[in-house]
Write a protein that binds this ligand. Structure first.
Ligand code: GLY
Length: 375
């Protein structure tokens, strides 16, 4: 089959760009298709590389992927150094706070699961927590420390990936409308202007929009889980406000604050399934109210950005990652829900291994994209 490119990637968010860069550095020719790269969930993401404190109820199975991805991060970022864009990787760890009895119980239960999985999370006294983060408020009643959690700045990482992909591959700023097929073989991508890009293999990584592509061999049951997220600037007199990511359960409400090297703090994020992609006043109120319990000085910061984006969720909140049985030259990489940034290096390695005909990692069948199809 004559092709225009070895690998077509539909979607220029952090996952699509990560896959494209991995394929390029392994010697493939690559085209990414996206009308507005890195403008979706990537633009809002906090960037916690935090397998321990981002572990959620019934998501233990994901640890194999999240721990693998966190371990891959340093090398993945080192491969982008030549772009000259610092992706803001910091190894500063997370402090987790609880407030009422139910918060303490939930965090202790989570710590038992973390310990069972050999994750380093230790309960510390509040005095100890305040030695690391003196601005912690008086209402906190329990503290835990996850020293192996890290962070990256997703906007800067996306900028580095975009620079790498446009310099060594091709970016087509257009919408894809579907995949082209010859029986069970996917032969390329159809663009909004009707043209077709012929590719040796095609990866679908355009988040929620993947569900609307024509010609896919299975339905992709994606749903938007909206997050309101704020950015605040710390005035000179209060810097550094934080050195760790500080998060908490505040009377049952989760909230996190991620400090950036540029003197801002990312405050997030709500989880709304109300169908509205507008910033929610209630969501913003809740975030500021709860963040003020973590760090009372939040009320003295300058509010510089308020935005909302949708995370691509699936019925079991696990990714759609891998091949679709009975369909060649097609990979799906979407549905990363809360873990898109964390899982980027692993998603990239898995997809490029598969398109090169190598086996996926053990347990990948759990994320088969057509697992929700009847029969
Ligand atoms: N990973 C954090 C969030 O989705 O809010």
């Amino acid at each position: 089959m004559e092709t225009d490119v070895d690998v077509a990637v539909v979607g220029g968010g952090i996952i699509g760009l990560g896959i494209a860069w991995e394929a390029i550095r392994r010697g493939h020719t690559v085209t990414v298709i996206d009308p507005d790269p890195a403008a979706g969930a990537t633009h809002a993401a906090a960037g916690m590389i935090a397998p321990a404190s981002e572990l959620h109820y019934r998501e233990e199975h994901l640890l194999r992927l999240t721990l693998d991805s966190a371990a891959r991060y340093p090398e993945f970022l080192a491969s982008l150094t030549w772009t000259g864009i610092d992706p803001g990787f910091r190894r500063t760890g997370t402090i987790v706070l609880g407030f009422d009895g139910a918060d303490r119980q939930a965090l202790a239960d989570l710590q038992a699961v973390q310990a069972r999985n050999s994750l380093v999370v230790e309960q510390v006294s509040l005095r100890e927590a305040r030695r690391s983060e003196p601005m912690i408020g008086p209402a906190a009643t329990a503290a835990f420390r996850a020293p192996e959690d890290h962070q990256v700045d997703p906007r800067k990482l996306a900028a580095a990936l975009l620079a790498a992909v446009t310099s060594r591959g091709t970016l087509v700023r257009a919408a894809a409308t579907g995949v082209e097929r010859d029986g069970s073989h996917v032969t390329g991508v159809r663009l909004a202007d009707g043209s077709v890009l012929r590719a040796g293999s095609t990866t679908i990584a355009n988040g929620l929009a993947a569900a609307g592509l024509a010609g896919l061999p299975c339905r992709l049951p994606l749903r938007p889980v909206y997050g309101d997220i704020l950015r605040l600037r710390v005035p000179e007199a209060l810097q550094p406000l934080l050195t760790h990511t500080v998060r908490g359960l505040v009377r049952g409400h989760p909230v996190y604050m991620v400090p950036r090297t540029d003197g801002t703090v990312v405050l997030g994020a709500t989880m709304r399934e109300d169908g509205s992609n507008a910033v929610s006043a209630g969501g913003v109120y809740q975030l500021l109210r709860d963040a003020q319990q973590l760090i009372p000085a939040v009320s003295e910061l300058e509010l510089v950005e308020v935005l909302c984006r949708a995370r691509p969720g699936t019925p079991d909140n696990a990714p759609l990652l891998g091949q679709v049985e009975g369909c060649d030259r097609l990979l799906i990489a979407t549905g990363f829900f809360r873990h898109g940034v964390l899982l980027t290096p692993t998603a990239a390695a898995v997809c490029v291994d598969l398109l090169e005909g190598k086996p996926g990692p053990p347990g990948l069948e759990r994320y088969t994209p057509n697992r929700f199809e009847e029969g």
